[in-house]
Structures are given as C-alpha cells and as structure tokens.
Design a protein. Structure first.
Length: 71
C-alpha cells in the first residue's frame, strides 16, 4: 500500500526532477548574466537565453549520462 502523499509521488517523478534540474541551471544563468549586465535580467529572459544557448547541449549531456528523460 502506498502511504506517500501526492507531493511525494510528484517529486519522485523523472519529469519533476528534470524540470527542477533545468530550473536550477536557468537560475545560475540568470545570476551570471545579471551580474555581467549589472541588473536583474528577469526569469523570462534568462529562460529564453539559456534555452537558446545551452538547453540542447545540457539535455543531450544528461541523456548520455542517464540523468535526463529518455527520448
């Protein structure tokens, strides 16, 4: 019998873990780019910029390491 909460199930899912890992990378990118520019670039711009510059490679590398979602 599963006694875990729905939140526990969600947080254990590969999709959730992948989204959290990606979010952490985007937050790092946001911090770095904001420091370079001297102002907060905001999450929307950081996500688009990270996705265009790093997203494809990051996801490929995670799949190769067995960390990412299978495609």
């Amino acid at each position: 019998m599963n006694t875990g909460s729905p939140d526990d199930w969600l947080k254990a899912s590969p999709l959730y873990r992948e989204a959290q890992a990606e979010r952490e990378e985007i937050l790092k990118h946001k911090w770095y780019e904001s420091e370079k520019k001297g102002y907060d670039i905001g999450m929307d711009l950081a996500k688009v910029d990270w996705t265009m510059k790093h997203g494809g490679r990051w996801h490929r590398e995670r799949r190769q390491k067995g960390c990412g979602l299978a495609h």
